[in-house]
Design a protein around this ligand. Sequence first.
Ligand SMILES: *[C@@H]1O[C@H](CO)[C@@H](O)[C@H](O)[C@H]1NC(C)=O
Ligand SMILES: *[C@@H]1O[C@H](CO)[C@@H](O)[C@H](O)[C@H]1NC(C)=O
Ligand SMILES: *[C@@H]1O[C@H](CO)[C@@H](O)[C@H](O)[C@H]1NC(C)=O
Ligand SMILES: *[C@@H]1O[C@H](CO)[C@@H](O)[C@H](O)[C@H]1NC(C)=O
Ligand SMILES: *[C@@H]1O[C@H](CO)[C@@H](O)[C@H](O)[C@H]1NC(C)=O
Length: 330
Amino acid sequence: MRGYLVFIILSCVFLYYVLHCILWRESTSWLRVMEMKRSPMLSCSLKPAFESLLSFRGIYPFMCTSDLKTIATLHESDKIALPYGVKKSVPDFHLALSRLQSCDLFPESDQLPCKKCIVVGNGAVLKNKTLGEKIDSYDVIIRINDGPVRGHEEDVGTKTTFRIFYPESVFTNPEDSDPESVAILAVFKPHDLKWLWELLSGITPKVDHFWKKPALNLIYKPEKIRILDPIITRIAAFNMLHFPTTFPKKEKPKHPTTGIIAITLAFYICHEVHLAGFKYNFTDKDGPLHYYGNTTMSFMSKNEYHNITAEQIFLKNIIEKNFVINLTKD
Ligand SMILES: *[C@@H]1O[C@H](CO)[C@@H](O)[C@H](O)[C@H]1NC(C)=O
Ligand SMILES: *[C@@H]1O[C@H](CO)[C@@H](O)[C@H](O)[C@H]1NC(C)=O
Ligand SMILES: *[C@@H]1O[C@H](CO)[C@@H](O)[C@H](O)[C@H]1NC(C)=O
Ligand SMILES: *[C@@H]1O[C@H](CO)[C@@H](O)[C@H](O)[C@H]1NC(C)=O
Ligand SMILES: *[C@@H]1O[C@H](CO)[C@@H](O)[C@H](O)[C@H]1NC(C)=O
């Protein structure tokens, strides 16, 4: 009798597990997914100063449900795993996208073909420069991670068109929400997509698999969330920063910071790109890293996931060649 019961219980557990796995994998095929199409990219007839940096043409920066499979095969994205491609992760993209409502780039009412953009880095160099009003005057304002506007309006402005984030870096305080801004998830691992799907499905995500505790609530509405096409991050890594495609086994692979990803995005959607808040002073280890909070420079200099040297070279180069304008130069 007892053996019989144990057998039944074990069978149930096994069945539950099998069903769970099947449903998780297959859920994409029976989910009713809202068809979302790319909005047309208005073509700007002005030549951007950074044109020579654009190695791919007509890149639409966000993932959409309507042509996920086509996009996967474009530029060989299906041959590269995350973070820079979609190999083996198309179902995860599909799942996360099933909870979103749009992949529009700009609202339909916005018919400005040429856009002047500013990418606002989070560097302490922004402190007391009172650039807020100037920053707010751009057509498109791109901000990074949890760099706040609230409490720093005079220095960094109030408007946000796009904010690029990942699960470990997104705002969690509803006071930081801005109903006008579009939040863009930069995907580094399949769990990032699962995390987004879970949060938008009312499930509390597990916190393992993340290098830092991810956000357990989202302050952005599904219609204001987009997923960045990994091709943008790939271009940032290989074309902008010239990272090698493989790293020695004992080294952590390096990835671009959100700031460089944001600049790369700007190159593909703007005709003019300006920068503010991109500067690190490494001689001052105890100096502030950001224009907010208490993190010091030493935190960034021991970061193993980024190559700050390569980023500094890139920034210096694009500023010297006048591809972009550095607003934080006194
Ligand atoms: C910015 O200004 C405030 C108030 O005037 C001052 O306390 C602070 O030290 C200044 N910070 C920097 C980095 O200059
Ligand atoms: C960097 O920090 C050092 C030490 O505080 C300071 O002397 C130097 O002027 C700073 N450099 C720049 C470019 O701000
Ligand atoms: C920064 O440090 C000050 C003084 O130690 C503290 O009052 C403040 O709460 C800290 N801010 C953050 C964001 O941790
Ligand atoms: C970082 O980038 C620089 C410049 O491309 C390169 O010389 C250096 O070897 C890189 N460092 C690491 C740790 O990848
Ligand atoms: C922007 O200009 C400021 C002031 O001249 C300079 O300190 C900073 O290094 C520049 N930013 C970059 C990324 O070169």
